[in-house]
Design a protein around this ligand. Structure first.
Ligand SMILES: [Zn+2]
Length: 109
């Protein structure tokens, strides 16, 4: 994917449900999420990421910057997990996320 000719992003508060373009999780109304709008090769696209994926994306970006990866070769939207897996940080992220989201079930009678 080439670099967008127009681009803006930021953290927004969801007014309706959205789907994270990386993990597929539903972003519920009232939750904060990352949104990027841009013009890629002549067409407008919007990408949304849930906050846990934003954290992972920051780590991936740090690794790519440290490794002096060319800007055009950097991870694009929808490919975050592939890069995170390649850099060996995906499993740890999944584990840390599981700790936060684990809900204990009551034992069955
Ligand atoms: Zn996500």
């Amino acid at each position: 994917m080439s670099l967008p000719t127009l681009y803006s992003d930021g953290i927004y508060k969801a007014r309706k449900p959205h789907r994270c373009c990386e993990c597929g999780a539903t972003i519920l109304p009232g939750q904060e999420y990352f949104r990027a709008d841009g013009l890629w090769e002549g067409s407008f696209d919007h990408y949304k990421r849930c906050l846990p994926c934003v954290e992972l994306a920051d780590e991936v970006l740090e690794i790519e910057r440290a490794g002096r990866v060319h800007e055009e070769e950097m991870t694009c939207f929808g490919y975050l997990f592939e890069s995170a897996h390649e850099y060996g940080i995906l499993d740890e992220w999944k584990r840390s996320k599981a700790i936060v989201t684990t809900i204990k079930e009551e034992p069955h009678e």
